[in-house]
Ligand binder design. Structure first.
Ligand SMILES: [Zn+2]
Length: 197
């Protein structure tokens, strides 16, 4: 096999769930039938990788310093929802009628992986809680062991800033990831969140 082809297949394997066989199928498909779109894919990939950064307020993906959600004047600034990743933010946006703002941890407390408060941007979060505008902190970390430990820590941060912490309720299976919960269940869990104090 040509070196360029081998390189392409190897590169495609960085995608989640893509093994050697799928990567090879994708590479052949693009070369055989879809070069135009393959080029568009390459362009979009390059531009996104270079230009998408993280919002300076909520850490979500953004190509501007402050993302459109944070800049929006129609979002409720008294409620802040903390999620582990941009994927979960998107799931909540799609499944619920939530109109507040977000904070994205880009991980969860996991000392073994070197993820502590600093890596999760918790100083930035504390700063926001201290601004005095936020009344409720909705903690939407995943119901895994690490997600629960993170939730506990976040609730303490909220209380220290006189902000009411709440946690997503029933329906989200223990050990599950919000990303994979169906919309109805997520909407219900979000709507019937429970106060943690
Ligand atoms: Zn933002």
């Amino acid at each position: 096999m040509s070196k360029l082809l081998t390189d392409l297949i190897e590169a495609l394997r960085c995608l989640p769930g893509v093994g050697g066989k799928s990567a090879q199928r994708m590479a052949f498909h693009l070369l055989e039938r879809d070069r135009e779109r393959g080029l568009r894919l390459a362009q979009a990939l390059e531009q996104a990788m270079r230009e998408i950064g993280n919002c300076s307020r909520c850490r979500n993906f953004s190509e501007t310093a402050v993302c459109s959600l944070c800049a929006s004047t129609s979002r409720d600034r008294q409620v802040l929802c903390v999620v582990e990743s941009p994927t979960e933010l998107a799931a909540i946006e799609q499944a619920t009628g939530y109109r507040g703002q977000y904070f994205v941890l880009l991980g969860r407390l996991s000392p073994l992986d070197g993820l502590g408060p600093e890596e999760l941007g918790l100083d930035l979060l504390s700063e926001r809680l201290g601004e005095g505008e936020i009344e409720e902190l909705i903690i939407a970390t995943n119901p895994t062991v690490e997600g629960e430990a993170t939730a506990h820590y976040l609730a303490q941060l909220a209380r220290a800033a006189n902000v009411r912490p709440s946690r997503l309720a029933h329906g989200v299976p223990l050990g599950g990831e919000l990303e994979y919960v169906d919309r109805g269940t997520l909407a219900h869990a979000f709507g019937s969140r429970q106060s943690l104090d």
